[in-house]
Design a protein around this ligand. Structure first.
Ligand code: AKG
Ligand code: FE2
Length: 254
């Protein structure tokens, strides 16, 4: 069995940080073997994605359904270490939601500020995004940015093109519901092999990738507590029926 992570700590302190801030950075925890295999898999997905391009589309592209196009990516859905990580945050009763390749090539425009929906009115139902940043990123080069505390609003409708617009349309005057501090934008950076955990209602966006930079190799696995429909759930019926090792009971909507 592939070792996915080098030893890391996800104890009460880290969980409290995730719950208070909405995201948690686990720097460099992906094992060297997993890094290499994941990067190869993401290169295969990039080749399949090429004809579809990287613009916004409703099409079921290889990037969106990455695990369905790659045996290795599929094999991680039920990997004990990934499930243990997801369950240590969400509790035992979880479902797989999606696996999306988030490769960002040189000059990629990044991504506007947004949140994602799931059981907006039911905080007991969690949805966790587990991002694998295989070659890391700098804050100003395909970098994830987030607003600590924003997930507590469970507002799935927030959208803004720029930091300035976000400030104007949503951030101004808002305070962290737990700490009372004014909400503010945080630009993350991460070394290669970093995993970032994020509650799905956290407000986040991505800075553009520089024209001279190599591709940012990234994949996300989403898991959630069952109980509601999920708009992010991209699983074909055929894939749901396939019995992959370790995924028993994980693939259904409810
Ligand atoms: O590309 C990224 O780093 C983040 C993508 C994103 O917003 C998501 O998968 O929800
Ligand atoms: Fe997102």
């Amino acid at each position: 069995m592939l070792q996915l992570f080098s030893p890391y700590v996800l104890g009460p302190q880290q969980k409290a940080e995730l719950d208070e801030r909405g995201h948690l950075v686990l720097p460099g925890i992906v094992s060297a073997d997993a890094r290499a295999l994941l990067t190869e898999a993401l290169k295969r997905i990039a080749a399949l994605q090429e004809p579809f391009g990287y613009g916004r589309t409703e099409e079921p592209t290889p990037s969106k359904f990455a695990a369905e196009h790659d045996t290795f990516l599929a094999s991680l859905i039920g990997h004990p270490e990934l499930l243990a990580l997801a369950r240590s945050v969400l509790g035992h009763d979880i479902r797989y939601d999606h696996c999306v390749a988030l490769n960002r090539l040189a000059d990629n425009p990044g991504l506007r500020w947004h949140t994602h929906e799931y059981a907006d009115d039911e905080p007991s139902l969690g949805f966790l995004r587990i991002f694998f940043y295989l070659n890391g990123f700098a804050a100003d080069d395909g970098g994830l940015k987030a607003v600590p505390g924003s997930h507590l609003f469970r507002d799935s409708q927030i959208l803004a093109q720029t930091d300035e617009e976000l400030q104007r349309v949503w951030l101004d005057g808002k305070r962290h519901p737990l700490t009372g501090e004014p909400l503010r934008i945080e630009h993350l950076s991460s070394p290669p092999g970093t995993v970032i955990l994020m509650w799905t209602h956290a407000l986040h966006g991505v800075t553009p990738r520089k024209p001279t930079s190599a591709t940012r190799w990234t994949v996300v696995y989403g898991y959630r507590n069952p109980g509601r429909p999920s708009k992010a759930r991209w699983i074909s019926e055929e894939f749901e029926r396939r019995s992959l090792p370790g995924t028993e009971g994980l693939m259904s909507l409810y």
